[in-house]
Design a protein around this ligand. Structure first.
Ligand code: MG
Length: 384
C-alpha cells in the first residue's frame, strides 16, 4: 500500500512551526516529536483513570479515555494511510484530543462548566489545548509541550467565538469560518466512529443495552442479520464483537470513499487550499451521516440517559461542585504547589484567575482522585 504523502497532507516542509522555535528533530518528523511528547506527558497517563461513560472503578473491562484515545489513533492511522494524509500528525491529534477532559466524563465537564459560568466557562477542547500549551511542566525552555501549529489546530476541534478571539493564530478559523487541515477533520470523525461503536459494546457488557433494543438501529441490525446468517452457532460475546467490528469497518470505508471523492472534486493543491474551503472535505455519505445520527440519538436516550448512568452522573456532579466551592471559598485547601500559580493568576485576572487555576486542578483529576479528594476535604474521619 502506498504511503506517499498527498500534496494536500500536512508535512514537515509546510509546517507552520512551534510557538517557541526549536531546531528540527534529527531522526524524527516534527509530528513524530509531537506524538512522543504527548505519550510522555502526565495528562496522557491520567487518561487511564478517566471515564468515558462509566465511572472508572465500575469494572476493568470498560473503555477509559486512554483506551478510547488509542482506538481513535488506530482508526485515524488506517484512514490517513489510505488517503495519503500525514499518519504521524493524525496519531498525534488522536492521542491528544481528550487530554483536557475532566473526571467523570460529560457529567464532569458540564458541572465544571456550570461552576465556571461567571469566570469564562469551561470547554474541554480548549482545556486540551491549555494542557499542551501551558499546563504540562516538563521542559526547561517553555511551559506546555510546545507542539506544532498543526497539532494544536487539530486539538482545538470546537471553540466559542469569544475564546477563539483570544487565541491568536490557532483560534482564527473559528472567526473566519474556515476549515482545519484534513488530518484534523478526519480525526474528529474517527473519534465519533470509535465512541459510538465502543459505547454499544460497553453498554451491552454492562447490561444497560440489549440486542433487541439495538436491533431498532439500522446500522446495528444489518450487521446483526449478516453475522447471524454467516455464523448461526456463534457465542453471544463473539457475535457482539463481530457486529461491532463490521460496523466500524462500514463507517471507515464510507468515510474513506466519500472523502476521497470530495477531495478529487475540489482538487486542493496544498494544505492551505484545504484550510480555505468553507465546507469540510472529510465527510460521511449523506446516508451514513443520517444513520450515525440515529445511532447517536439511540445511545443518548438509552445509554447516556439510562437510570444507572444518570445516578452515577448526578453523584459525580455533586462531588465536583462541592470541590469547586470548597477551593474557591478557601484556596489554601489547594495542594502547596499551587501557591505560585494562584498568586500570578489572581494578580492578572482577579477572581476569574483564581477560578481558572481551580478548574485546571479539578479538570486534571482522575475519577478516583476526585473521589479521594472529596473524602479528604469533607470526611471528618479523614485527618490528612
Ligand atoms: Mg474522544
Amino acid at each position: 500500500m502506498s504511503v506517499t504523502l498527498a500534496p494536500y497532507a500536512a508535512s514537515d516542509a509546510h509546517c507552520r512551526g512551534r510557538r517557541h522555535p526549536e531546531p528540527a528533530p534529527a531522526y524524527r518528523s516534527e509530528f513524530q516529536r509531537d506524538r512522543d511528547r504527548i505519550i510522555h506527558s502526565a495528562a496522557f497517563r491520567r487518561l487511564e483513570y478517566k471515564t468515558q461513560v462509566f465511572v472508572n472503578h465500575e469494572g476493568d473491562m470498560f473503555r477509559t479515555r486512554l483506551t478510547h484515545s488509542i482506538e481513535v489513533a488506530q482508526i485515524s492511522r488506517s484512514i490517513a494511510r489510505v488517503l495519503g494524509l500525514n499518519e504521524d500528525l493524525s496519531e498525534t491529534i488522536a492521542l491528544a484530543h481528550d487530554l483536557g477532559h475532566t473526571p467523570f466524563g460529560h457529567a464532569g465537564q458540564d458541572s465544571l462548566n456550570e461552576c465556571m459560568r461567571d469566570y469564562g466557562g469551561f470547554e474541554h477542547n480548549l482545556q486540551s489545548l491549555r494542557v499542551v500549551d501551558k499546563l504540562e511542566e516538563r521542559y526547561a525552555d517553555f511551559d506546555g509541550l510546545n507542539l506544532t501549529f498543526e497539532a494544536r489546530e487539530g486539538i482545538l476541534k470546537h471553540c466559542s467565538t469569544k475564546n477563539a478571539s483570544l487565541l491568536g493564530d490557532v483560534g482564527q478559523r473559528f472567526l473566519d469560518h474556515t476549515q482545519p487541515g484534513l488530518e484534523a477533520q478526519m480525526v474528529n470523525l474517527a473519534d465519533q466512529i470509535a465512541y459510538n461503536n465502543h459505547d454499544i459494546d460497553d453498554g451491552l457488557r454492562a447490561g444497560l443495552l440489549s440486542i433487541e433494543q439495538l436491533n431498532e438501529v439500522d446500522l446495528f441490525r444489518e450487521q446483526f442479520n449478516e453475522v447471524s446468517r454467516l455464523h448461526p452457532q456463534i457465542s453471544s460475546r463473539r457475535r457482539i464483537h463481530e457486529i461491532v467490528r463490521r460496523m466500524i469497518n462500514r463507517q471507515v470505508v464510507d468515510l474513506i470513499e466519500t472523502s476521497r471523492h470530495r477531495v478529487q472534486l475540489v482538487e486542493p493543491k496544498n494544505i492551505d487550499d484545504v484550510r480555505t474551503t468553507d465546507q469540510p472535505l472529510m465527510v460521511f455519505s449523506e446516508e451514513m451521516r443520517e444513520r450515525n445520527q440515529t445511532l447517536k440519538r439511540f445511545l443518548r436516550h438509552n445509554l447516556y440517559q439510562h437510570h444507572r448512568v444518570y445516578r452515577m452522573s448526578a453523584k459525580a456532579a455533586r462531588i465536583l461542585k462541592a470541590l469547586f466551592k470548597a477551593f474557591i471559598d478557601d484556596p489554601r485547601l489547594l495542594p502547596p504547589g499551587y501557591d505560585h500559580h494562584l498568586q500570578q493568576a489572581e494578580q492578572s485576572d482577579g477572581e476569574s484567575g483564581r477560578a481558572r487555576i481551580i478548574a485546571d486542578y479539578i479538570a486534571g483529576m482522575t475519577d478516583r482522585y476526585a473521589i479521594r479528594e472529596y473524602q479528604r476535604i469533607f470526611d471528618a474521619e479523614e485527618l490528612t
